[in-house]
Design a protein around this ligand. Sequence first.
Ligand code: ZN
Length: 242
Amino acid sequence: MIRATVWNEFVEEKIYPSVSSVYPDGIHVVLAQALGDELAQEVQVRTAVMQDDEHGLTDDVLAATDVLLWWSHLENDAVSDEIVARVQRRVHQGMGLLILHSAILSKVAKTLLGTSNDATGWRHGDKEHLWTILPTHPIAAGVPNPVVIPQQEMYGEPIDIPTPDELVFISNFEGGEVLRSGCAYLRGQGRIFFFAPGHEEYPVYFQPEIRRILGNAVRWAAAGLPAPARPTRTGEYPASGG
Ligand code: ZN
């Protein structure tokens, strides 16, 4: 059983009709439903939002999370540094992390990847072709090539992310831009997947091929290694040893 936690800042759904008309109950609810549909008995999903105590990400919640999905945009910079550090520690210990769309600019993503993650330009409303370039990767299993997303927000290259450990998808847009849109990373014992599709004004997370990718990614990210047991430094060395 994979224990997934879907985290959403949950702000734009409450203030912009263009967002609430697509995700009236919040993007997190739709993502949770997608995982339930895709992974059925394999997954147990909970949701958390920024307005919850400790952003809903207490030590207990994170300890009971195998994969954390992170969607954020407007409030990327408002997330508490303490919670960011907590998420980073858990990823290093083996928790999986899916960084979704504009969450690539979240503190969590910047901290774990170590880069600014700035893209070169953005534009709303483009048709996107998502191409599989690593068809043997588990995240690409059963995914048609290409996946056509009728409307999406374009982010363009160069994007200041680290070279992925595995580059699973690239995308091209109507304006001719390209993007590394499905990037897998290992950080400590944890597996991280950046997946670029998912702008809040378009029903991207309702699309069956996108749901397949999300389900595959959760399954892949859940397979991070458990943290090895290590003696603490004070247990290993005499305190006065210098
Ligand atoms: Zn967007």
